[in-house]
Design a protein around this ligand. Structure first.
Ligand SMILES: [Zn+2]
Length: 737
């Protein structure tokens, strides 16, 4: 391989327009140019692709870039082309290309114009491709997303395992550069072994993203989580870009809808959408026409929006790698960003159920990855430290604690000395010859005679049940922090068997202080949260404000010449005296108040509430109720449509198999919810004009819209209850909505 005689920085400026290399880029490029196998572990956003793009441009021949995602290849090729004079500089080869196009690509490569060829592993393994590649000069092979080679990676692709033999088939001395954005020590070993990298130069950038705030919250009912998400966005990141990850397609639509009705510009994104709609949604996100994308994991691979201010996991991810990758899409610009995950054990059970149908090996692996995710969620230790420990990186949590950059560092949990407990645990692991998995170890300590305990006659051991004075939650906490502090080691390759690590042996020989804080107990935390909310909700009706609002209602009614209940129902006023709405938007969320009604009667109420809150220095409830997606039942929609078509009520009732009184009740609810209905066509047919006037006059001066009260008053004029009920609909619709 020959390098054109130019310094790398000049080349960087020339090809990419940058003045300076980032991090270890320059050393990595030099390593490739010197023909060495090179292994790059660099978190997303670190400038990974430039590490092979620049040397490809500088080398003789064509570099082959193996990349797993056909959907992304075009983007990657476009990115390279945007820096070059001619499109010929980069091409991709995959199953989506026509014969003619493939021919063209090959011509460009043979002519020497193409410096980078992106190729899917499936295409690379084809006889025809190999034959072609053996006739050209290959400068080097870059294996992108190299973790796909390992079963222990979150993205295992079996074809990746054949890359090495393909390269050997080419019979050239071709250096390999493997790149990945996430890899545990285990996956790293797999990559080196399977690609048979020869004494590779390894470059590992830190996985620490110090501008990301990590938080896990207990997940309760869906409505509650949605309310917290809306509140989070409104409080912390209004009009900012964010991504919400959910597990399934239906939820993307549902969450996006709730956000939209709460005036957050949101759109769903999942693999089931038409390609055109998907790319439109991506564009809208990039152009900031949409602030929040609600997506399944399919979103974000090719997206590089630097100012994503938050990533929310509505559902727990399947592995820490997934979590790290997805949260990693936040804060690429280095500015503060928030990563919030909702966790419930129910979600874990659901994920475990999916695993049950998989082949044994895959199931075992999936369960291990999930167990790590649970441990992350439940830990009370620094989350950043936990993540970095997972990726084999040492991190002292002082900085995170100082800057309060994770929930556990922000709100420290009480600690206790668990020296004796750890000693016992290590002793058991050692005594039983390092054969136990986590669950068995805990069963042993708690003295539970499970089948596997009995099979090995562990119940006869002298330490069996010695940890009974504490509960499983306690022992789980000891185990987790024993692992995090490297006293114990989990052999993932060997079914997650626990072993005593070096520090553990030292501890057994010379025990010292072992401070731990107990894991989160989210079930308990969730209950506490709900209780607190209920208390808040019931205790905050402000009687003084309610009285003021009732008086105001009277005044407004008088001025508008309508009865008070037409302005607002009393229940609506009670809710206002609890929630203190300030804007029409907020007022719309009060039950019985439609947007039209809020605009028609609301203004003076809003001013009054605002003044009252300011005068009395009231702190408004933090969790302002959010608007849920209006669920108009099918029959309600049918009723409204039928009335628009001026259908007689009898026919409407018939078509829906309702009695007349049931239909009138439905109509009353529709109108009270703020919908205006014109039922004059029917009234004119049924009610005598004089009767109409009598009822109108009555309601105009009435204190309440109660039917019985009205009937008492009107029965002497020979007006029936049904007539009153019917006309009341017209009255309310005309005056209140
Ligand atoms: Zn922390």
């Amino acid at each position: 391989m020959t390098v054109k005689d130019r310094s790398l920085t000049t080349a960087l400026k020339k090809y990419f327009g940058f003045e300076q290399f980032k991090g270890q880029q320059e050393e990595i490029i030099q390593s490739i140019l010197s023909g060495q196998d090179t292994f790059v572990i660099m978190p997303t956003g670190g400038g990974k692709s430039l590490c092979y793009q620049l040397p490809a441009l500088l080398s003789e021949g064509t570099a082959i870039v193996v990349s797993p995602l056909i959907a992304l290849m075009k983007n990657q090729v476009d990115a390279v082309r945007s820096y070059a004079e001619s499109d010929q500089v980069a091409h991709f080869l995959n199953s989506s290309l026509s014969r003619a196009k493939v021919k063209e690509v090959k011509q460009d490569i043979v002519s020497g114009a193409t410096k980078l060829l992106y190729i899917a592993p499936e295409t690379l393994t084809k006889e025809e491709t190999l034959k072609f590649l053996s006739q050209i000069k290959v400068s080097f092979v870059a294996v992108d997303e190299a973790h796909c080679i390992s079963e222990w990676g979150h993205d295992f692709r079996p074809e990746y395992r054949r890359i090495r033999s393909m390269i050997e088939n080419l019979e050239q001395d071709i250096p390999i550069i493997a790149l990945t954005a996430t890899a545990t020590p285990k996956v790293r070993m797999d990559i080196v072994k399977t690609l048979r990298l020869e004494e590779p130069k390894e470059f590992m950038a830190s996985f620490n993203r110090d501008n990301l705030f990590y938080e896990v919250q207990p997940k309760g009912k869906k409505e509650d989580v949605l309310r917290r998400i809306v509140q989070f966005i409104k409080d912390k990141a209004p009009n900012e870009s964010g991504i919400i990850y959910v597990q399934n397609r239906k939820t993307t639509e549902e969450v996006a809808k709730v956000l939209s009705v709460n005036d957050i510009k949101a759109a769903p994104y999942h693999a089931g959408l038409e390609a055109k709609l998907r790319s439109d949604t991506q564009d809208a996100f990039l152009m900031e026409k949409v602030d929040v994308i609600v997506a399944t994991i399919a979103f974000g691979m090719g997206i590089d929006k630097p100012d994503v201010r938050f990533v929310i996991h509505f559902d727990i991810p399947k592995s820490i790698e997934n979590y790290y990758q997805e949260t990693g899409r936040a804060g690429r610009d280095g500015q503060h960003a928030h990563c919030l995950t909702f966790y419930s054990y129910k979600d874990i059970l659901r994920l475990e159920k999916f695993l049950r149908d998989k082949p044994v090996a895959e199931r075992e692996m999936g369960a291990q990855l999930l167990a790590e995710m649970i441990a992350y969620a439940e830990t009370t230790a620094c989350r950043r430290r936990f993540l970095l420990h997972y990726f084999g990186e040492k991190y002292k949590d002082e900085v995170c604690r100082r800057d309060e950059m994770c929930d556990n560092c922000k709100k420290q949990h009480p600690t206790e000395n668990a020296k004796e407990a750890l000693l016992l645990m290590l002793q058991v692991v050692k005594d039983l010859h390092e054969k136990l998995q986590a669950k068995e170890l805990l069963d042993f300590l708690l003295g539970e005679k499970t089948q596997s305990i009995l099979d090995f006659k562990y119940e006869q051991h002298k330490l069996f049940g010695k940890g009974r004075d504490k509960d499983r939650h306690y022992w789980n906490s000891v185990l987790r922090q024993g692992l995090l502090n490297d006293y114990l080691r989990k052999d993932i390759e060997d079914y997650g068997i626990l072993r005593v690590a070096d520090a553990g042996h030292d501890f057994l020989a010379k025990p010292s202080l072992f401070e731990i804080s107990l894991n989160h107990n989210f079930t308990q935390e969730m209950q506490d949260m709900e209780e607190e909310r209920e208390q808040n909700a019931s205790s905050t009706l402000d009687p003084q404000l309610l009285k003021i609002l009732l008086d105001l209602r009277k005044q407004v009614a008088r001025k508008k010449n309508v009865p008070p209940f037409v302005v607002f129902q009393k229940v609506s006023l009670e809710e206002m005296a609890t929630q203190y709405p300030f804007t029409i938007e907020e007022m719309k969320n009060i039950s019985g108040v439609s947007e039209g009604k809020a605009r028609r009667y609301g203004r003076s109420f809003l001013t009054t509430i605002k003044d009252y809150v300011e005068e009395n220095s009231i702190i408004r409830p933090v969790d302002f109720i959010i608007k849920s997606v209006a669920r108009k039942s099918k029959s309600k929609v049918t009723i409204i449509q039928s009335i628009d078509r001026k259908m007689p009520f009898e026919d409407i009732a018939d078509s829906l198999a309702l009695r007349m009184d049931e239909l009138l009740q439905e109509l009353y609810m529709i109108i009270n919810a703020g919908t205006k209905l014109n039922i004059d066509y029917y009234i004119e047919d049924i009610l005598d004009e004089g009767v109409q006037e009598d009822i109108e006059d009555y309601f105009m001066q009435a204190e309440t819209d109660n039917l019985d009260t009205a009937f008492e008053e009107l029965k002497e004029d020979d007006i029936s209850l049904e007539e009153i009920e019917l006309y009341r609909l017209k009255f309310l619709s005309d005056n209140a909505n």
